[in-house]
Design a protein around this ligand. Structure first.
Ligand SMILES: NC(=O)C1=CN([C@@H]2O[C@H](COP(=O)(O)OP(=O)(O)OC[C@H]3O[C@@H](n4cnc5c(N)ncnc54)[C@H](OP(=O)(O)O)[C@@H]3O)[C@@H](O)[C@H]2O)C=CC1
Ligand SMILES: O=C(O)[C@@H]1CCC=N1
Length: 273
């Protein structure tokens, strides 16, 4: 099996590296294509993958193709794929808001997987949701899942609306966590701590909380109760958040991302950069 990754940017390179480090593929079976010469030159120096600049030199060899370019680059790429594709190839797109139907029509293909990863894939702790056109068989989906899971964990969803929903939770989600971290770091600095100490305090607190959460089946509310003593400091903070409706605001934010994902699919990405 040969896998081609198109787009050696943030996410494409992350997937390529995840697959390269797994035992699923041999080095010669992992192809990477990018249009930027500086990127391909740098990749060749590292000698990790089989690197290409021209689609006609690599696409015909591939069984599975990851599309990891920005949506605004997709029209030109789809045209090139239409010209050089081979029957039976499976295309996995990680582009936000580009629908399966758009891809099938633009590339003249049938087997499409639409996936929504997140940035934590970079450190092997990503979460990817994915769904597929009906022409992708169960066995093919299993292979796709194994490739995706080289960057973390994944779930197969029933349809594209679920992908748009998961974009609002896990796809955009790392940014919500960073927002919370930024707020806590600003609070610490305002109290007089140095940036360095604020950073360590916040990072270790997040990491510790996530590890606690993953150590049992307790839900977040039960963990909050374990931190908060009656009449104590944590209760004062949680009461302040409740009074200020923070939970509702976070839900609204996740919903805004979901709605934007739906809208992008309808606009066919013409405004999305
Ligand atoms: N970043 C994130 O957290 C997430 C991103 N995504 C999706 O991942 C996709 C990629 O994002 P990201 O990795 O950040 O983007 P990047 O811009 O970092 O990477 C895209 C790469 O593809 C190259 N490229 C563009 N057109 C072509 C082409 N026709 N053939 C070959 N290479 C090409 C670009 O070159 P050049 O720079 O020269 O244009 C660039 O090197 C997006 O569609 C985004 O929606 C999904 C979930 C999370
Ligand atoms: O912000 C975006 O549109 C993309 C999709 C999810 C994360 N980044």
């Amino acid at each position: 099996m040969k896998v081609l990754v198109i787009g050696a940017g943030n996410m494409g390179l992350t997937y390529a590296q995840g697959m390269a480090q797994s035992d699923l593929l041999k080095k010669k079976d992992l192809l990477i294509l990018d249009s930027a010469r500086e990127k391909t030159d740098a990749l060749r120096k590292n000698d990790e993958f089989d690197v290409y600049e021209k689609i006609e030199d690599c696409l015909p060899q591939a069984d599975i193709v990851f599309i990891a370019v920005k949506p605004y680059n997709s029209d030109a790429l789809f045209e090139a794929i239409r010209e050089h594709k081979k029957p039976g190839q499976i295309f996995i797109s990680i582009m936000a808001g580009v629908t399966i139907k758009t891809m099938q029509e633009a590339m003249g293909i049938k087997k499409v997987v639409r996936a929504m990863p997140n940035l934590a894939a970079k450190v092997g702790h990503g979460f990817t949701s994915f769904t597929a056109s009906k022409q992708v068989s169960r066995l093919e989906l299993l292979t796709v899942e194994r490739l995706i899971d080289t960057t973390g964990r994944s779930i197969l969803l029933a349809n594209e609306m679920e992908i748009d929903k998961s974009t609002g939770i896990s796809g955009s989600g790392p940014a919500y966590i960073f927002y919370f971290m930024q707020s806590m770091m600003e609070a610490a600095v305002k109290m007089g701590f140095s940036q360095k100490d604020a950073r360590l305090m916040v990072a270790q607190t997040f990491q510790g909380a996530v590890e606690l959460f993953n150590s049992s089946d307790l839900d977040p509310t039960a963990w909050m109760d374990r931190v908060a003593s009656k009449g104590g400091t944590t209760r004062a903070a949680l009461d302040s958040m409740e009074e200020n409706n923070v939970k509702e605001l976070i839900k609204d934010a996740a919903h805004a991302a979901f709605e934007r994902a739906v809208q992008l699919g309808k606009e066919n990405n013409k405004e999305y950069v």
